[in-house]
Design a protein around this ligand. Structure first.
Ligand code: NAP
Length: 279
């Protein structure tokens, strides 16, 4: 198959590695000429260019640019494609992207591989990044079966676990397990920095160990990613944050009331629930 990748970074480059190793003809387009040259030299793609016209004649195109560029890029790309080229994206938020692209291109299906690292750019690309990772596909009622089948087969060949859902369901689900934790963890760091005694603050920083490392990791990450989550998944994230505030208030109330029995019951049910999210 002739497969196009638009945006040669961590996700696009990793896809290129695996698709090439399966014998597909992989054509890449990226913003910088230097990235195109690296992608060919590293073996992510067979050919690369900064011109979208390279993707004319492809059977499928994966859009792997930063979220804010996905829709504008598709608007330009479709002028170069034949009418039945399947287009899919890897953006971490689905509803706004699917809503904007579906009226523009019949053979579009939204996707989101739940895989990644803290690094970015073509040098961060890895082989087998998607093996055993969830990969969400969000067809709508009008998505042609052919588009679903083509993307499903490619995603399956990457070794990923496929999940189907509606774009809005995807956004609510990732709000709970990905976007809310970033905001909660960021607020945790900010709260600690609110300690007014500099000696106590210094002591806390010296004593911080694995518990703080685990709970502060996602809140201390790339600020651009956090803003992207809030901006493109605003409604779902606000809903999750409001529910979180409610749970926090409940804990405060129990501690104020010294209701240790109910607090223990609360913590016990959380202990039981956690394995449903992470093994
Ligand atoms: P990344 O490593 O920064 O890669 C994005 C690439 O897009 C950059 O390397 C850049 O290449 C290229 N690009 C930027 N502007 C462009 C333009 N105007 N035209 C063509 N290419 C352009 O980011 P990423 O982590 O792969 O993320 C890409 C997408 O995957 C995002 O939509 C994100 O939501 C999604 N995603 C990310 C993860 C994750 O954990 N990182 C997981 C799942 C999904 P140049 O070097 O040429 O500038």
């Amino acid at each position: 198959m002739k497969i196009g990748i638009l945006g040669l970074g961590l996700i696009g480059g990793s896809l290129g590695f695996d698709l090439r190793s399966q014998g597909h003809d992989v054509l890449g387009v990226s913003r910088r000429e230097s990235t195109c040259q690296k992608a060919v030299a590293l073996g992510n793609v067979d050919e690369a260019s900064i011109n979208l016209s390279l993707l004319a004649g492809t059977d499928v195109v994966f859009i792997c640019t930063p979220i804010s560029l996905i829709v504008p890029q598709v608007e330009q790309l479709i002028h170069h494609l034949s009418l039945t080229t399947v287009v899919t994206d890897v953006g971490s938020v689905k509803a706004p992207i699917v809503q904007a692209i579906s009226p523009l291109w019949d053979y579009f299906i939204g996707g989101h591989p739940m895989a990644g690292t803290a690094d970015s750019g073509i040098e961060a690309a890895q082989r087998h990044l998607f093996v055993d990772r969830p990969y969400v596909l969000t067809p709508t009622t009008t998505t042609p079966t052919m588009a679903i089948t083509v993307v499903e087969e490619i995603v399956r060949s990457l070794g990923a676990k496929i999940y189907y859902c509606q774009p809005e369901q995807h956004d609510r689900a990732v709000s709970w397990i990905s976007h809310l934790p970033v905001m909660v963890s960021a607020a945790l760091i900010a709260a600690c920095m609110g300690e007014t005694d500099p000696e106590v603050l210094q002591l806390a920083q010296n004593l911080a160990s694995s518990g703080f490392r685990d709970t502060s990791r996602v809140g201390g990450g790339n600020p651009e990613l956090g803003v992207m989550m809030a901006r493109y998944n605003r409604q779902a994230l606000l809903g999750s944050l409001q529910q979180y505030r409610h749970n926090l208030d409940e804990l405060i109330h129990l501690i104020e009331q010294e209701n240790w029995a109910l607090l223990e019951q609360n913590l016990q049910s959380n202990q039981q629930a956690r394995p449903n999210f992470v093994e």
